[in-house]
Design a protein around this ligand. Sequence first.
Ligand SMILES: [Cu+2]
Length: 126
Amino acid sequence: MAVIASAATLIALAGCGTSGGQGTPPPGAASSSESSSSATSATQPDTITIKDFGYQGPISVSPGAKVSVKDLDAQAHTVTSDDGKSFNAAVDGGGGTAEFTAPSTPGSYPYHCTYHSNMHGTLVVK
Ligand SMILES: [Cu+2]
């Protein structure tokens, strides 16, 4: 009896797992990333690219803009504001991405990587 019960459980789990990848996506799932940024400009999101232990930039963004981080190194990095409170994003290595919201007050915001003290950049909000 116990063997039959566990076999039935395995079948049920397998069926559940395969059905998730084969079905049609739920309505709205494909367009969720676009609709969330409808209030701001229609341009591409601002992106800080990390490569060879350095930030590509500086970049200028609008107050409160969504800023994407892309890590092309094999190592994980962070984009952490030097003041420790304006923004903080951790991104995995190997092409990982992260996102944070830029400060709402215009200004220059220096940031660093918490893992590598020699990595510094500046985010300009204007
Ligand atoms: Cu780093």
